[in-house]
Every structure is written in structure tokens, then in C-alpha cells.
Design a protein around this ligand. Sequence first.
Ligand SMILES: [Zn+2]
Length: 71
Amino acid sequence: MARDRLCPRCKAAIRGYVDACPSCGFEKPVALPWHVYGLMVLIFVAAMWFLIDLESIARAILSVRDGLRAM
Ligand SMILES: [Zn+2]
């Protein structure tokens, strides 16, 4: 489990990743771990890839339809 971090303002122990310190209200007392950013990049890349892939599939279907019409 993740160990407790200390708030940079009031030095209160902070459990997990919270938006604000429960003791003094300091915003983002704990920096998000690098793998959270890595995961966000991965999701973004996957979403982009999925969108590009759908577009290429749609184009392929349209070109086949045009080819059939030309026959
Ligand atoms: Zn605090």
C-alpha cells in the first residue's frame, strides 16, 4: 500500500491521492504518480488510434461501394 505523505503546508499526514489536504485545505498536496500520467497518455493514444482506424475502415467501405457502383 502507498505510504502516507505529508502536506507541504501543515505537515499533516495525507492518505492516498486527495484533491485537497483534509487538515488545511491545501490543494493537490500529493503529486500524482508518474504511472497515472503514463496511463492517461496511453488512453489518449489508444483513442486516437481507434478514431484513425475507424476512419480508414469507413474509407475502405466507401471505396468498395464506389467500385461496385462503377461495375
Ligand atoms: Zn495541510
